[in-house]
Write a protein that binds this ligand. Sequence first.
Ligand code: UDP
Length: 317
Amino acid sequence: MKRILITGGTGFIGANLCHRLIAEGHRVICLDNNYTGTLSNVSDLMEHPNFTFVEHDVIEPWDCEDPLDRIYNLACPASPPFYQGARSIFTTKTCVLGAINMLELAKRKGARILQTSTSEVYGDPIVHPQHEGYRGNVNPIGIRACYDEGKRCAESLFFDYNRHEGVDIRVIRIFNTYGPYMNPEDGRVVSNFICQALRGEDITIYGEGQQTRSFQYIDDLIEGMVRMMENEQGFIGPVNIGNPGEFTIRQLAELVLAKIPTGGKLVFRPLPADDPTQRRPDIALAAEKLNWAPTIVLNEGLDKTIAYFRKAIGLED
Ligand code: UDP
C-alpha cells in the first residue's frame, strides 16, 4: 500500500488513475480545483476509506501532514478551447508554478514524482514519427504556446530538480488519449465527434481533415503511466506513451459515423492556428524500458467510449 497524491485527480485521466490505484489497495489523495475536472468523476470513491478529495489549485503551494510515497502531477487543462484564450496565462501558471509547488512537495516528503508531459512539446513536428530525442517545432508566441511552452518548462524544472535537488522524477509524454470519464463538452475531437453523432448533429471537421493524430485508449495510458512510475531501473524518461495507429481526422469522422449512423453530415470549419499537421509516437523506448505497448485498437476503444458517452449525455441509464 502506497500513499499517493494525484493532482488533477477529478479530470479525465486523473479519475481513471484514481480508480485504478484505489482498486489496487493504495491510499489516494485526489487534489483538483475542478476547473475542467468534475467531482462526479470520483463520486463513487468519496466514501472509500482510502480516498480523500482536496479542493486546491496547484498554482498555490500545498502540504499535508501525512507521508507521501508517490505524486502524479496531472493538473492542467488539456483541451485547446479550455487552455487557450482568456485562460492562457492561468494555463502557463498551472504548468510552471504547479510543477514547482509539486516538486518542492516531493522534495520535502522524499516522494517520487511523475510529470504528465505531452506530445505538444514536439509542436507541429517536422520529424515523423516523433521520438524522444526530437526537440520539436513549437511556436513560442502562438495561441498553443501557453500549454506547449508551459509543459516544456515543466519538463526542464523536473530535470533540474532531479540534477540539483535529488528529487526522484519520472516524465512521460502523453499522446492523444480518449475514453470513459472524458467530459462531453471538452471540445476535443473524439468527444466532439461521438457526442455530435449521438445527438444527430453535424460532425465539425476543422480544416480539410487531412491532419493526423494517433489515438490511445485510456487503459493503455494508465498502464504505461503506472509502469513508468514504478520502474525501479532508475529510468526517468522522458518517454512517449501513445498508440502509433495514425488516422486523419476525416478518417476518424467516418469511423464514428459508421458506428453511429444517426449522425449528421460532415461540415468543415476553419482550422485553428498552429494546429499540428501530423502526430504519431515512436514507442520503441517504452517497449524497451517498460516492456509496454498499447493493446486496444481504435475500433475497439471507440466502441467502449461510445457506450460511455451514451450514458454521460443521458441517452441511456
Ligand atoms: N478537431 C476537429 N473537430 C473538432 C475538434 C477538433 O476537426 O470538433 C481537430 C483539431 O483541429 C485537431 C484534431 O482534431 O487537428 C485533434 O484536436 P484535439 O483538440 O482533440 O487535440 P490536439 O489538437 O490537442 O491534438
